[in-house]
Design a protein around this ligand. Structure first.
Ligand code: PNS
Length: 173
């Protein structure tokens, strides 16, 4: 441990995303990142040009439920530039998960853009665990809308709300 004060400070990362809705893959990234950071802010990006399945309030509500037992996880939403939000909340890093090479291309572009916008903000990428490789919110939504089971992909509260939203009823579980 150095004596510069930094090593004793609280390290906080912002985990941004659409989270429409949050999946077990996202939750896994947060849990693993808590071994590296003291505090994670899971932040839903408000994108006025992108109409999601859930409203921002619904997404935040479900995420608060999912992370209720995690004192070091905060759920929030933000608009505008991510790097500005990171600075506003006093975080040191942006956290993102990567599943595939396609993800990597997209993440690499965003990372370069963020770095040029604010060179002081670091970006940390965690590889997904194998079992979450094919879990994307859009694939999960298609499975639910066609009546498939997604117990292994979504927290129960999210599965129920998604089923109600897409099929007009709960899962019965
Ligand atoms: O879950 P997603 O949709 O892949 O998340 C993308 C997100 C929200 C991280 C990205 O769109 C973002 O950072 N939006 C905030 C606006 C911004 O800062 N854009 C410039 C950098 S790409």
């Amino acid at each position: 441990m150095g004596d510069d004060g930094q090593s004793r400070g609280i390290s906080c990362a912002v985990y941004p995303g659409s989270f429409d809705p949050i999946t077990f893959g996202h939750v896994n990234i947060v849990k693993r990142a808590l071994k590296i950071f003291d505090r994670i802010i899971v932040a839903v990006a408000i994108n006025t040009s992108k109409h999601g399945t859930f409203t921002i309030e619904e997404r935040v509500d479900m995420m608060e439920d999912v992370f209720r037992g995690d004192a070091n996880v905060e759920v929030a939403s933000f608009s505008g530039l991510l790097v500005d939000y990171v600075r506003t909340v006093g975080a040191r890093a942006i956290l993102r998960g990567i599943r595939t090479v396609t993800d990597f291309d997209y993440e690499f572009q965003m990372a370069l853009a963020n770095k040029s916008l604010d060179p002081d903000v670091e970006q940390v990428f965690m590889m997904t665990e194998g079992k979450y490789l094919y879990h994307s919110s859009s694939i999960i939504k298609e499975i639910v809308s066609l009546g498939g089971a997604v117990h292994e992909m979504l927290p129960p509260i999210v599965e129920k709300r998604l089923s109600e939203k897409l099929r007009g009823r709960g899962t019965g579980s």
